[in-house]
Design a protein around this ligand. Structure first.
Ligand code: HMG
Length: 388
């Protein structure tokens, strides 16, 4: 008997400050339409000195724990490419901040923007074997490129937390996947660098190549036909990339591309920017929370891509009554309550070192959420819960 497995709760968090891409365009003296239309982005989320992938992740996961409790969770899988330690999993800090019990396994996964999908698949396999258990999967990333580089407009930050269970209440994850990996240098970040090296145009080409190859593999493995999907969610380094992906996939499937089947998934991402591992999962939330039609019983086509490069095309069936398990009002409020920063404030935030050189330092109190990185003491990151 095949046990249905998937996601029973999903929640996201993004910092309370952003720079508008109009401000960035004005500073660089270029047409704002290059960003709003050419790249398809409006805002870049900017974390403060006392925010990092741990605080973003804890903020994202807290509503899930508040609503579902910790019962049955025996694993935390933390996906990121903005790790804060080469050894220790960022999820261990989150486990403590959320007050989760000690009898859990806790591990961090990496493969550029793709690793949350590996985490989700592993979590589904685990709960299929142990249906009374649950897995907390968290994708959390801060996308940074050099100032004045062509990637600058595609920065961003967010975390998405997901509760993976048997008999899910939100999304049933399909058992068919299309997989593709090739050894390429399109985007990478050697250990000594704070920002990635990227061959932008090549990366966009290889993203589309991986989409086609993953789709072909998905079809070869007995996946759904193109017209079996109500909506498509893509990894969104910038929303225009999703538009190009959607056109390319339709061409490959010899179908008419309906952009309405991809646009709801881009609404949140346009406001947040790239958030690497969290990006496609933010697109799923955006689809579920912004789609005009009832998606119950319908299928989502999902494409996850991580440079370097790995792609996966898979599907999810939206569960009846899914609307009752979303945090849509909370998510809209997080986006609405944000503040725009000036170009100079953006540069100051961009330069925030966040203890990366190990220097002992208290962090300025900037985060608006419950959790913050209070200081670095003797190379140890000290996270606090303001309410404790
Ligand atoms: P660029 O050089 O700034 O952009 O780099 P451009 O000059 O090619 O212009 C972009 C688009 O804007 C073009 O449209 C222009 O025509 C248009 P396109 O040719 O693409 O259709 N444009 C305008 N449109 C309207 N009005 C105007 C105007 N002017 C120009 N006035 C690039 C763009 C994406 C290369 C750059 O931002 C970059 O390098 N980004 C980072 C890399 C990236 O995001 N790659 C995406 C695929 S790889 C991936 O997704 C993985 C990743 O998330 C990392 C991971 O896996 O960890 C990045």
């Amino acid at each position: 008997m095949v046990i249905s497995t998937g996601i029973s709760a999903m929640s996201f968090f993004t910092p309370h400050r952003y720079i508008s891409l109009d401000t960035l365009a004005q500073h660089h003296g270029i047409d704002p339409a290059k960003f709003s239309r050419g790249i398809g982005q409006e805002k870049i989320a900017m974390p403060g000195h006392d925010e990092d992938v741990v605080t973003l992740a804890a903020e994202a996961a807290k509503p899930i724990i508040d609503q579902h409790g910790a019962d049955g969770i025996d694993t935390i899988l933390f996906a990121t490419e903005t790790g804060i330690d080469q050894s220790k999993s960022a999820g261990i800090y989150v486990q403590r901040l959320l007050g989760l019990p000690s009898n859990l396994r806790n591990v961090e996964l990496k493969q550029a923007c793709y690793s949350a999908t590996a985490a989700l698949q592993m979590a589904c396999a685990h709960v299929a074997r142990k249906p009374d258990r649950k897995v907390l999967v968290i994708a959390s990333d801060i996308a940074r490129y050099d100032l004045d580089s062509s990637g600058e407009a595609t920065q961003g930050a967010s975390a998405v937390a997901m509760l993976v269970t048997a008999d899910p209440t939100l999304l049933e994850i399909g058992t068919v996947s299309g997989l593709f990996t090739e050894d390429i240098m399109d985007f990478w970040r050697p250990n000594h660098r704070r920002t990635p090296l990227v061959d932008g145009k090549y990366s966009a080409l290889r993203y589309l190549g991986a989409l086609v190859e993953s789709w072909r593999d998905y079809q070869a493995n007995g996946g759904l036909p193109y017209d079996g999907f109500a909506q498509f969610c893509y990894h969104l380094p910038f929303s225009r990339m999703g538009e190009k992906a959607h056109l390319r996939l339709a061409k490959e499937a010899k179908a008419e591309a309906d952009m309405q089947a991809a646009l709801p998934g881009m609404i949140y991402n346009r406001q947040v920017g790239n958030s690497y591992t969290a990006s496609m999962y933010l697109a799923i939330l955006s689809t579920l929370e912004n789609s005009d039609s009832d998606l119950a019983g319908k299928f989502l086509g999902l494409f996850s891509y991580g440079s370097g490069a790995t792609g996966e095309f898979f599907d999810a069936k939206v569960v009846e009554g899914y609307q009752d398990h979303l945090f849509a009002p909370r998510h809209r409020k997080i986006l609405e309550d944000r503040t725009a920063v000036s170009y100079d404030e953006y540069v100051a935030l961009w330069q925030a070192r966040n203890g990366e050189d190990g220097t002992d330092t208290p962090m300025p109190d900037e985060a608006k959420g419950r959790y913050r990185l209070a200081s670095i003491d003797d190379n140890k990151r000290i996270y606090v819960d303001r309410t404790a």
